[in-house]
Design a protein. Structure first.
Length: 581
């Protein structure tokens, strides 16, 4: 009788081999590629989305074939959409949006409306049916929130007019995703009278209302009970259950999973645990984004790209120019200068991640870009990836294009400046009418010091003019605007704006116009001080340093350190910072 020589290690290996998890190899390969290509994207100064997309392209069935299961790809993309829209819903804040509501409502509606309409008309003229034409226009209208926010943050220009307008338009686009997702089943129906479409829309709205009312009552109560336990793990699991549970309930009523997930996030954002939920979810957002964008990249057929590279480049270039022209025109209609319009146009000229979300939803309903079926899907994905990749490089052209635009604007160097600076001498020029500018204006007015305000925000300018304040509308980094503010006769220029590159241009041009001018600047970050001093600024105050010193001062006083010693320590740290600069 033969004895079976089975050891514990061999049993473990045998059990592990027999219990191999489905898709485990695919997931490991997929995320390993995402890590490698995201690292490469970082080294090339590209946003991580580009690395995620290329990881999907390489791992997918059309390249290396590491992930060949189409059903797995489809389900992964759907889960990615749900998680992505849920995080957007949780971060949605009405208070945050109220500050830039003009940019959202006017700028966003102009950009989205004009883009959708123009693309749809062009396709209708080309013989595409109206459903596919409207669907295609909506796909083109949306830009990349992830890419633009990343670029604005990296360049430190989020609070500039161009940054604020871009954010407003992007928020409007993100909000438009909700009604667009709701409207897609109507477009994908293929038939139906106006009455049937209206009934379908009404049914969807009623279902959404019921889900929201029920969730509004149940979710706060549930989160209260969970929060009492004080377990981060339980709270996170509960939030995830809310996400998928509300999405599933909405889907039972015929509403898309994507829209249901957004509503789930919206319900959580309205509770008093919103910040806690955001804090728990943010660490997972990278995985959510990777999951979705890698899945999108898997759908791109590189053979199709190589076979049709020239038409694809032509379409990408055409859409780039079209979106840039419409975005820039929308800014000009808001009465902003051409230089701001150029910045916004370059930032919003790509096709965004929510276009990919919308495309996935439309694809499941039988809709295809330009009504071209699989070829339209592949062309759209290729063009979207290409435009996402070109955006960081296109934005680098901004300073040159802004200079070109400002050079074409008329200069009145030899004329007496019109407006509030006429007849002034030894006055102060205040650049920017934000909080710092308003306080400075109030203080100078108290002591009777003559001054002129320069601002780029039409709303602020109109408010100041209505109050009779001495204000000039324009970009202070342009020579003709400096001359309108009487820079040749001014004693001091104080600029408190959030664009370091614009501050450098202001210093160069102001110093050239008036070498004796005193220039004091406020900039957000210490890293910008050296370049501004080298450009010719006399004083540079940084928010980063001053806020740090105020916190240190408060901490020492709270610890009963004598005020004289606190003053010495703060002075020492400020001096050390100046020496380090």
């Amino acid at each position: 009788m033969l004895r079976s020589e089975l050891t514990l290690p061999s049993l473990i290996v045998s059990a592990a081999a027999s219990e191999e998890l489905p898709f485990l190899r695919e997931l490991v390969a997929l995320f390993a590629l995402a890590v490698a290509l995201t690292y490469l994207s970082h080294r090339l100064r590209l946003v991580p989305i580009v690395g995620f997309l290329f990881a999907g392209v390489l791992a997918g069935p059309y390249a290396l074939g590491l992930v060949a299961d189409r059903e797995f790809i489809s389900r992964t993309a759907e889960i990615g959409v749900i998680l992505l829209l849920f995080t957007i819903g949780v971060e949605f804040s009405l208070d945050k949006l109220a500050r830039i509501r003009r940019f959202i409502v006017l700028g966003g509606s102009l950009q989205v409306g004009l883009t959708t309409a123009l693309v749809a008309v062009l396709l209708l003229v080309a013989g595409v049916n109206w459903r596919a034409a409207i669907f295609s226009g909506a796909l083109v209208a949306l830009s990349s929130t992830a890419i633009v926010v990343k670029l604005l943050s990296d360049r430190g220009v989020t609070d500039t007019p161009a940054g604020q307008i871009s954010l407003g338009v992007l928020i409007f686009q993100d909000l438009m995703l909700v009604p667009l997702v709701l409207f897609l089943p109507i477009l994908g129906a293929g038939s139906g009278s106006a009455v049937e479409i209206g009934v379908t829309l009404l049914e969807s709205v009623l279902i959404l209302a019921l889900v929201l009312v029920a969730a509004r009552r149940a979710v706060p109560w549930l989160l209260d009970r969970v929060a009492d336990v004080r377990s981060p793990e339980l709270f996170l699991l509960t939030v995830v259950v809310i996400c998928f549970g509300i999405a599933w309930l909405a889907n039972l009523g015929g509403v898309s999973l994507a829209l249901g997930a957004f509503l789930a996030g919206l319900v959580v954002s309205g509770s008093r645990f919103r910040e806690h939920a955001v804090g728990e979810i943010i660490p997972l957002r990278t995985i959510f984004n990777a999951l979705f964008f890698v899945s999108i990249g898997m759908l791109l057929d590189m053979r199709f790209v190589f076979e049709h590279w020239l038409p694809l480049l032509g379409v990408a270039a055409g859409l780039l120019l079209l979106k840039a022209a419409i975005a820039g025109s929308s800014v000009l209609l808001l009465r902003y200068p051409a230089a701001v319009a150029v910045s916004v146009a370059l930032l919003l000229a790509q096709i965004g991640e929510f276009s990919l979300v919308l495309h996935q939803v439309g694809r499941s309903l039988g809709l295809a870009p330009a009504g071209l079926g699989d070829a339209g899907d592949q062309a759209f994905l290729a063009v979207a990836v290409l435009l996402m990749m070109t955006t960081p490089f296109a934005v680098q052209l901004e300073p040159r294009l802004r200079s070109l635009v400002s050079a074409r604007q008329p200069s009145r160097a030899d004329a007496e400046p019109a407006g509030p600076a006429a007849g002034l001498a030894e006055h102060v020029i205040i650049g920017g009418f934000g909080l710092t500018g308003r306080y400075l204006h109030s203080t100078l007015s108290t002591f009777g010091v003559a001054h002129v305000i320069v601002d780029l925000n039409p709303v602020s300018v109109m408010e100041a003019e209505a109050s009779g304040l001495p204000i000039v509308y324009g970009d202070l980094s342009h020579t003709h605007v400096l001359r309108r503010a009487g820079v040749e006769r001014a004693r001091l220029l104080v600029a408190a704006i959030n664009d370091p590159q614009a501050l450098v241009r202001i210093v160069h041009r102001a110093r050239l116009a008036n070498p004796a001018l005193e220039i004091a600047l406020r900039t957000p970050y210490v890293v910008d001080v050296d370049s501004l001093i080298e450009a010719g600024a006399n004083v540079v105050v940084t928010e980063e340093l001053e806020s740090a010193l105020q916190l240190i001062e408060h901490a020492l006083l709270a610890c009963d350190v004598p005020s004289e010693e606190v003053g010495r320590q703060v002075a020492r740290l400020r001096a050390e910072s100046e020496l380090a600069d």
